[in-house]
Design a binder for this molecule. Structure first.
Ligand SMILES: C[S@@+](CC[C@H](N)C(=O)[O-])C[C@H]1O[C@@H](n2cnc3c(N)ncnc32)[C@H](O)[C@@H]1O
Length: 282
């Protein structure tokens, strides 16, 4: 049976089941900060609107992290159904529970720990399953989609939002323009850098019919904005992934931060949302 523990690469967001507390705390801070950014708020608004919810749907947020997306959806007026939020990291699940309690949403969200490759205790009870930047971190996206199909009602809907992380770039003044540091960031922060390009085919292979999609570019030009909350996390996560020493990561981030102060920062990545419905069989 495939499991996340078979992971070979250093992706820190994929190793949250075994990461140290310093790394997990940096991950939690980054997830919370980006969820509050207007770009992510717009993305979630757009896919929730595209789902045309009637209000009572049961929703699964798979790879929920601190539950930022589950909480965003639970606080919407048109979402009165139960939300289940699952992540492989007990630390992030605990953080999610605490934040849901603090925000008065604890009675709307059930948090569980589990591996998206096999959630054996659940079956076929969800109307909607959301993977908000999960698939770029899993060992085997096809198995995770197969599992999603099993967890959904036969004609339930899946929402996949993720980065096309092979397009992620932070420009630097190095002779290669940042190509090598981009490569190191790619392996330290993602496992499936091109998975969204394969997603229409992967969805079809698992019996889903693609219904809606939207493309985004998160580009900060001059000042760091969306990407600014990544910078403090990189100081901790690049050494924790073993791709840079603390000093190298510090120098790298210092330069990125000073380029933002001098209005010469450039970082960009493509993101996509895809919504698909289970195809009726038989
Ligand atoms: C980039 S974070 C996204 C978290 C959350 N969806 C958000 O957008 O705020 C990726 C999350 O996937 C989780 N994760 C990675 N592999 C997983 C797996 N096989 N099963 C469940 N969760 C997993 C990590 O623990 C991490 O919380």
């Amino acid at each position: 049976m495939i499991s996340q523990k078979q992971l070979k690469g250093p992706d820190v967001f994929a190793r949250t089941f075994a990461a140290d507390e310093k790394s997990l705390s940096a991950i939690a801070a980054r997830l919370e900060a980006r969820a509050k950014h207007c770009f992510f708020q717009q993305v979630v608004d757009e896919y929730v609107n595209a789902l045309e919810l009637r209000g009572h749907e049961s929703i699964l947020d798979l790879g929920c992290g601190t539950g930022a997306i589950a909480r965003m959806i639970a606080s919407r007026d048109n979402c009165s159904g139960r939300i289940t939020a699952i992540d492989i990291s007990p630390y992030l699940v605990q953080t999610g529970k605490r934040l849901a309690l603090e925000e008065g949403l604890a009675d709307k969200i059930d948090f569980l720990t589990g591996d998206a490759h096999s959630i054996l205790e659940l079956q076929g009870q969800f109307d909607v399953l959301i993977m908000h930047t999960l698939v770029s971190h899993v060992v085997d996206p096809a198995t995770v989609l197969q599992e999603a199909r099993r967890l959904l009602h036969p004609e339930g809907k899946i929402v996949i939002f993720d980065g096309d992380f092979d397009s992620l770039t932070y420009a630097t003044d190095a002779p290669d323009g940042g190509a090598e540091t981009d490569r190191l960031q790619a392996i330290a922060g993602h496992t499936q850098g091109r998975v969204m390009r394969a997603m229409p085919r992967l969805l079809s292979d698992q019996g889903f019919s693609l219904e809606w999609s939207k493309a985004y570019v998160a580009a900060d030009i001059g000042r760091a904005d969306f990407w600014s909350s990544t910078l403090p996390a990189l100081r901790i996560l690049l050494p924790s992934a073993g791709v840079m020493s603390e000093r190298e990561a510090g120098d790298y981030v210092d330069k990125l931060e000073s380029s933002s102060l001098s209005n010469t920062f450039f970082a960009s990545c493509n993101f996509y949302t895809m919504i698909a419905r289970g195809m009726h069989v038989g």
